[in-house]
Ligand binder design. Structure first.
Ligand SMILES: NC(=O)c1ccc[n+]([C@@H]2O[C@H](COP(=O)([O-])OP(=O)(O)OC[C@H]3O[C@@H](n4cnc5c(N)ncnc54)[C@H](OP(=O)(O)O)[C@@H]3O)[C@@H](O)[C@H]2O)c1
Length: 331
């Protein structure tokens, strides 16, 4: 059992749980175990089975925009569940600091700087990830994104390139570039496959609990509700929600699941831009049944779940993390 996080197990799972439960009933012919010891052993076996179901021991993950905000919270959640994580963001010093802070907490993290709105930098990043993870990847979290909330007639060509270029185009390009590594991860075919935890299923079939996966960090701005500004951001997020559906169908047979997470306003550097106006904040809270905005950890927990064996049969979905915003009617 790793010392990192509370969710990691070493080779637990249903078989281990059954074996432990069997042992708890005592060896044939031996003295029956004390009832308290039996209950404790059974509870421990059940807990280990649950950890294996939600844990990510041995998984190799790339998180874009992992230096701060939602990406940072996702990187930490994946690490706490037992994954090895590679983060990327444009600013080298901030990325390096994030890596050091997470390592100080005992997490297995590495990272580098790249501007993902540049195709060549995306390709160079994927070569680094390939080398770092012995040719295989199990999880891609495409989280890096930008927004500029403005009316459509005020957007220029530069805004289009910046917002659609990162949120939509780079997400698409990263999926293309990551596919060989993800397919290798789903097959357990990387050079490091023998040393990774492939014990709870293995293989790349579309039904495997150990399939590879992609998670997009989209937004409720991607629909079905729309607003009176921010059309570039909204259409870029709607596009990746549809991309999740397309790739879910196309790559299921490669053992790759693809889902989207759609947060409502989240308290990060980006989200806080919305909160400088008290009247706007009041309006946002009034539209949110749960009466609060999202914390990065609210989004990270859902992303980590979608990466886990517990979500093995979930693909092509967009899951809102919005305190009820997207389902609230007038009354
Ligand atoms: N916060 C919200 O209210 C909210 C709501 C719904 C959806 N989202 C989505 O959640 C995701 C994360 O948002 P956030 O709030 O955590 O944003 P954030 O605090 O601004 O963090 C963005 C991260 O992405 C990196 N990044 C930005 N541009 C990049 C580029 N060209 N290449 C590589 N990395 C880049 C940033 O680092 P560098 O600056 O160093 O590059 C940083 O690590 C985005 O896709 C956003 O659209 C956010």
């Amino acid at each position: 059992m790793s010392a990192i996080g509370g969710m990691q197990t070493a080779g637990g799972g249903p078989a281990a749980a059954a074996a432990a439960a069997g042992a708890a009933h005592g060896a044939p012919g031996g003295p029956p175990p004390a009832p308290a010891a039996t209950a404790a052993t059974t509870a421990m076996a059940a807990s280990e089975a649950l950890s294996a179901r939600f844990g990510l021991a041995g998984r190799k993950a790339l998180v874009t925009g992992g230096s701060r905000g939602i990406g940072r919270a996702i990187a930490e959640a994946l690490c706490a569940a037992g994954a090895r994580v590679y983060i990327v963001a444009r600013r080298g010093p901030e990325t390096g600091e994030a890596v050091e802070e997470m390592r100080a907490r005992g997490f297995d993290v590495q990272g580098s700087a790249a501007d993902l709105s540049d195709r060549e930098e995306c390709a160079a990043l994927m070569e680094k990830v390939k080398a770092a993870f012995d040719g295989e990847l199990h999880i891609l979290v495409a989280n890096a994104g930008v927004n500029a909330q403005a009316p459509t007639l005020s957007y220029g060509e530069g805004d289009y390139r910046r917002i659609v270029g990162l949120n939509q185009e780079s997400t698409y390009v990263l999926c293309q570039l990551a596919h060989p590594l993800l397919a290798a991860g789903a097959r357990g075919a990387g050079a490091g496959a023998g040393s990774s935890d492939s014990g709870a299923g293995g293989g790349g079939s579309s039904g495997s609990a150990r399939s590879a996966c992609i998670v997009f960090i989209s937004s409720v701005a991607g629909g079905p509700l729309a607003g009176r500004s921010g059309s570039l951001y909204a259409m870029s997020k709607a596009a990746i929600n549809q991309l999740a559906k397309s790739l879910a169908c196309e790559w299921a047979r490669d053992g790759i699941r693809v889902n989207s997470v759609a947060p409502w306003v989240t308290l990060t550097e980006m989200g806080k831009q919305n909160l400088t106006n008290p009247a706007l904040l009041e309006g946002l809270l009034a539209r949110t049944p749960m009466g609060r905005l999202a914390e990065p950890e609210d989004v990270a927990g859902v992303a980590a779940f979608l990466c886990s064996p517990a979500a093995a049969y979930v693909t092509g979905q967009t899951l809102a993390v919005d305190g009820g915003y997207s389902v609230a009617g007038y009354w």
